[in-house]
Every structure is written in structure tokens, then in C-alpha cells.
Design a protein around this ligand. Structure first.
Ligand SMILES: Nc1ncnc2c1ncn2[C@@H]1O[C@H](COP(=O)(O)OP(=O)(O)OP(=O)(O)O)[C@@H](O)[C@H]1O
Length: 238
């Protein structure tokens, strides 16, 4: 079982306190809805858990991952995949973006090829493969970013307002991909202002309010580790 654990955290920008909390953890087999008003600090929390932003006070560590390579100074980087609401895409075609993550996947070539093909079908990207990623619409970019993460089958995935730009069809496609990842044991933190199709998959809520984070229900069973699940790799972040 892999997890990221944040203890005794305080986060502020200058004199402005975003929140304080004693402990939060994101583990495999959990699907959590992160709620909060605009500017409450949802993106900041995800970036902290992904190692992209240091908390003002407190400590974030991981359990259950392979040892950090000696050359990596930040031990949190690479442990969770974080997808920003305006996902970073590489300069190149849609196909290039999908293939880019293949060397990072701990699977056989055959498995990677099969997952890539399935991801293209699930995200309905077949007609867009030769199009430049930079020219995609907001919803198509999100679908591509989630398809790319789906291929990697990460242990932990953070989705920042994943359906904010999406019409009903795109939301349904993303729901299918995220449901698959949930079945495969990927632990997910999904930020969304409102309840939506995706948040219907969540069994816990983290609500940012009054400079604190309320967790409900307050505890969740964490299912035992499945040894066949592959090592998490880092995809992209802003
Ligand atoms: N590097 C920074 N320096 C100063 N203030 C920052 C910085 N990054 C974020 N903030 C501020 O911290 C607050 C929380 O930002 P964050 O993006 O985490 O909120 P959010 O809950 O994700 O918002 P939204 O729902 O609008 O996306 C905002 O008021 C933002 O302006």
C-alpha cells in the first residue's frame, strides 16, 4: 500500500493563512473529493502533496514506495501524478503526447501498446492523433491529459478540476477512464467545486473551510496492497 502523508501542516502566502491541519493522507484504493471555494487552496494542497510546493510548516512523507534515487533531491517528486486544470502538454501531436509516457511505464511493450490503444478509444482521440496538441480545445486537452495518465496506471493521481471545461460527452468519457483507474486501485484526489459525475465515485470528502480542512467520513479502511500494481511514475505538472 503506498500513501502520501502530510503532518502538522500550515500553509500561508505572506501573512495570509490558507489553512492548518494535523494530518491528511492519500492512499491507494481511496477516492477523495476535494472541495472548497475559489482561492481556498485546493490547487496548492495538491501541489504540496505532489512535492511541487513546500508547506510553510510541517512535513510530508511517503510510505510504500521504492527508495528515492540518489540524484532526486525532493523525495516527493514522482510519487503522485498531478494533473492541473489547464494540463501541460508537450509540443507535438496528440500521438506524440500519448507515446511520450511509454518509457515511464513499468509494463511490457505489448501491455503499453494495448493500454495506449484502449486509452485512445476511451478518450475518443482516434480522429485527433495527428493534430498538434497545442491546437486542441480545453476539453480535448483534458481528455488527452487523463488518457496519458491512464496509460501509466499510477498508484496515486490528483485531478484538479478535471471536468471544468467539459461537455456531457467528455465528462462521460473521463468518468469511464477514472472508474477504470479506481477499479485498478489508483488512489485519487479529485478537486471540484460542485458535485459532478466524477465526485460520485468518491467515498470521502476533504472540505477546505475557515482555514481548516474537514474530512468526512473521518476514517476510511485502506485495503491491502496488491503486489502486481506497478511503481508510480511522474507525468506532468504545472
Ligand atoms: N505563489 C503564490 N504566491 C502568492 N499567493 C498565491 C500563490 N499561489 C497561490 N496563491 C494564492 O493562494 C490562494 C489559493 O490558491 P489555489 O490556486 O490553491 O486555490 P484554489 O482553491 O485551487 O482556487 P480555484 O478554485 O479558483 O482554482 C489564492 O488566493 C491564490 O491567489
Amino acid at each position: 500500500m503506498v500513501k502520501i502523508i502530510a503532518n502538522n501542516i500550515e500553509m500561508r502566502f505572506g501573512s495570509r493563512l490558507l489553512y492548518r491541519f494535523d494530518r491528511l493522507s492519500l492512499a491507494q484504493h481511496q477516492t477523495i473529493h476535494l472541495q472548497g471555494d475559489n482561492g481556498s487552496g485546493k490547487t496548492t494542497l495538491m501541489k504540496m502533496l505532489a512535492g511541487l510546493q513546500a508547506p510553510s510548516l510541517g512535513e510530508i512523507h511517503t510510505e510504500g514506495f521504492a527508495p528515492t534515487p540518489w540524484w532526486r533531491r525532493n523525495p516527493l517528486l514522482g510519487k503522485a501524478v498531478y494533473l492541473h486544470q489547464h494540463p501541460y502538454l508537450f509540443d507535438g501531436s496528440v500521438a506524440y503526447n500519448l507515446n511520450y509516457v511509454q518509457p515511464l511505464c513499468d509494463m511490457t511493450e505489448q501491455e503499453i501498446a494495448s493500454r495506449t490503444q484502449t486509452a485512445i478509444e476511451m478518450a475518443q482521440l482516434g480522429g485527433l492523433l495527428n493534430q498538434r496538441a497545442a491546437s486542441l480545445s480545453g476539453g480535448e486537452r483534458q481528455r488527452l491529459a487523463i488518457a496519458r495518465a491512464w496509460i501509466m496506471r499510477p498508484h496515486l493521481l490528483m485531478l484538479d478540476e478535471p471536468t471544468s471545461n467539459m461537455d456531457k460527452l467528455s465528462q462521460q468519457l473521463v468518468l469511464t477512464m477514472v472508474s477504470h483507474l479506481k477499479q485498478q486501485g489508483t488512489g485519487m484526489l479529485i478537486s471540484s467545486h460542485q458535485s459532478c459525475l466524477l465526485t460520485g465515485l468518491c467515498e470521502q470528502t476533504w472540505q477546505i473551510q475557515n482555514q481548516a480542512i474537514q474530512v468526512s467520513p473521518s476514517s476510511l479502511d485502506e485495503r491491502p496492497f496488491t503486489p502486481s500494481q506497478q511503481e508510480l511514475r511522474y507525468v506532468t505538472a504545472n
